[in-house]
Write a protein that binds this ligand. Structure first.
Ligand SMILES: NC(=O)c1ccc[n+]([C@@H]2O[C@H](COP(=O)([O-])OP(=O)(O)OC[C@H]3O[C@@H](n4cnc5c(N)ncnc54)[C@H](O)[C@@H]3O)[C@@H](O)[C@H]2O)c1
Length: 252
């Protein structure tokens, strides 16, 4: 019960990494607020957590809209009393070669994956300053460290999240707010299941552990960063990547 009595907000909580983290945080004693554009999906996860004896709230919201993010945090605080953990996790991807990358998709990915994280961090941090502290976690990606082809908007947004994490950690430490990020590699979710089989195989070839990661393996890293176990950790991006970032060129 590493999060007993804590209130945690999770964006993108209806599916994938966010859903797995919501289940784990609830099992560890937290009350979870799931923010997602897929409100029916978020409600289903909340229902499942409540049926299992936990506490959960589902809220329809778009992280790319600063007003909706503020309303989300306000609702968490008015209904649940406070906000101890913000997991800014919602994200999307668009795959296209740079030379053909549509302008609209560049803006859409940056809006959700970078501005969305900024809005969630800011709304959460303002509340946490009033409370005297808290923990913020953002979902970056190994793509924030590497020039992975055909994902320029996604990669740039994730590199921005890594830098945002460092800057906010420095600015918010005096308010007892820790800010960290997670950089998953290939995790088996809707986001990666849509890839052609050949692309999935090539990606696994570049991971020393030789397999996709599971959502629960990311959720456990988020739990560490949300818990008191990480009391002296801030500004860090934790790779959950089967060794991908440790590697260079090799053949199997
Ligand atoms: N799956 C991977 O291999 C992988 C690797 C690295 C990073 N990530 C990152 O992990 C995070 C979660 O991805 P996932 O794999 O669980 O994806 P997913 O598609 O399974 O889930 C994403 C969730 O975010 C929600 N969402 C999308 N846009 C939103 C918005 N504007 N506002 C609120 N909610 C929104 C979706 O409805 C969905 O519930 C993303 O930030 C993604 O970039 C995933």
């Amino acid at each position: 019960m590493r999060l007993q009595g804590r209130i945690a907000a999770i964006t993108g909580g209806a599916l994938g990494i966010g859903r797995a983290t919501a289940r784990l945080f609830a099992a560890e004693g937290a009350t979870v607020a799931l923010g997602d554009v897929d409100v029916a999906g978020a409600e289903a996860v909340a229902k499942e957590i409540v049926a299992g004896g936990g506490r959960a709230l589902a809220v329809g919201m778009d992280v790319g809209d600063a007003g909706q993010v503020r309303d989300f945090v306000d609702r968490v605080v008015s209904e649940l009393g406070r906000l101890d953990v913000m997991f800014a996790n919602a994200g999307i991807a668009h795959s296209a070669p740079f030379l053909e990358h549509p302008e609209a998709e560049w803006h859409r990915v940056l809006r959700v994956n970078l501005s969305g994280v900024f809005f969630c961090c800011q709304a959460a941090a303002r509340q946490m300053v009033r409370q005297g502290g808290g923990r913020i976690i953002a979902t970056a990606s190994i793509n924030g460290f590497r020039g992975v082809e055909n994902l320029v908007g996604y990669n740039v947004a994730k590199a921005g999240v890594i830098e945002l994490t460092k800057t906010l950690a420095v600015e918010l430490a005096k308010h007892h707010i820790a800010v960290n990020a997670i950089a998953p590699a290939q995790i088996d979710t809707r986001l990666t299941r849509s890839l052609p089989e050949e692309a999935r195989r090539r990606r696994v070839d570049r991971i020393p552990m030789g397999r996709f990661g599971d959502v629960d393996e990311v959720a456990r890293a988020a739990l560490f960063l949300a818990s008191d176990d990480a009391s002296y950790v801030t500004g860090h991006t934790l790779a959950v990547d089967g060794g991908y970032l440790a590697g260079g060129l090799w053949s199997r």
